[in-house]
Design a protein around this ligand. Structure first.
Ligand code: GRG
Length: 308
């Protein structure tokens, strides 16, 4: 079956539901059971990972992978590898949320519509649960049944994206700038690192694992840079326009804590305009990939129009 025939028959919502179920099955299988010692830690890890979430990062892995897959003998192994990569990015994402919610960071009590991990399990266990989710993500990548050189490439890519020059570095800049007004350029750099880097890595992992060629990778890189930023702009807009019940996390916190955001820098209208521009940039980058990239286009639309 050609990649095009593979993506034509089902609508985006059906596709997304099926990929969310796929990654949640994989996560269930990858996480140690709550009966494995130490039970309290494993319960906390499972609570952090399996309690909802939109699974945008996993969807990006699958969509980029499906845009890159060829119908050849390697495709079956590459599809299994996509499951491992999708689980890996959701494990890292869950760890970042657990640590971000801790009293020493954002001190949040609500996440995904439920008490945060430290509220439910205690601060020390929440910290350890986040710590343990990280290596589990890299273990998942290490189990991908593809060429070892590609496994190494995928591990390096994710490690760089979430380290001190990516997600964690962005969080450090965020912490240092609470209460300060950031120039648009500095704000963008912070968000590219804090939120954009993992989203970008999710897209690129899909391309690496599914063996995408240079034209595909080039398109994916440009797409990933635009949607990585678009996600954060949408998040900043939602912080001021949506309510806590819809978001499943405390709304209005950025303003309350005087955090630098797109809305505080560009205003609501300016932020909405930037969001539309980034969506168009992302979709234009996909044109050379043809119809097999249709899921990535739909995810870009989903990111800019999401209500939670
Ligand atoms: C390493 C402590 C530490 C933090 C890393 C990503 C991050 C920095 C912190 C998360 C805090 C946060 C709310 C960032 C804004 C954008 C974002 C990542 C929102 C949450 O992602 P969603 O909306 O969440 O994809 P779900 O629950 O749907 O998975």
């Amino acid at each position: 079956m050609s990649p095009q025939a593979d993506v034509q028959p089902i609508d985006f919502q059906t596709w997304l539901t099926s990929r969310v179920q796929q990654v949640e099955g994989m996560l269930e299988h990858t996480l140690p059971g709550g009966d494995a010692v130490p039970g309290h830690l494993h319960e906390a890890m499972r609570y952090a990972v399996l309690g909802g979430g939109k699974r945008v990062r996993a969807a990006l892995v699958y969509a980029a992978g499906e845009a890159s897959l060829q119908s050849n003998a390697a495709a079956a192994s590459q599809r299994i590898a996509l499951d491992h990569a999708a689980a890996a990015v959701e494990l890292v994402h869950a760890y970042s949320l657990v640590h971000d919610d801790l009293p020493c960071m954002d001190d949040d009590t609500l996440r995904r519509g439920r008490p945060t991990v430290h509220v439910r399990f205690g601060e020390a266990t929440a910290m350890l649960a986040g710590d343990a989710l990280q290596p589990l993500a890299f273990e998942s990548l290490g189990m991908m049944p593809i060429a070892p050189a590609l496994v190494v490439q995928a591990i390096q890519l994710l490690a760089r994206a979430v380290g001190s020059q990516g997600m964690v570095g962005g969080q450090a800049i965020d912490c240092e700038n609470v209460g300060r007004v950031l120039e648009a350029e500095s704000l963008q750099q912070m968000h590219r690192m804090k939120t954009g880097a993992l989203l970008e890595a999710s897209v690129l992992l899909g391309g690496i694992v599914a063996g995408g060629g240079s034209i595909v990778r080039d398109g994916l890189e440009k797409y990933a840079a635009a949607i990585g930023l678009a996600f954060q702009v949408a998040d900043d807009i939602l912080d001021v326009t949506a309510d806590t019940a819809t978001l499943g996390k405390t709304a209005g916190k950025d303003v309350l804590e005087n955090k630098p955001t797109y809305v505080s820098t560009l205003g609501l209208d300016g932020s909405r305009e930037l969001l539309r521009t980034l969506r168009d940039e992302a979709c234009a980058a996909l044109l050379p990939l043809g119809p097999s990239a249709c899921r990535l286009t739909s995810i870009a639309d989903f990111i800019v129009s999401r209500d939670r």
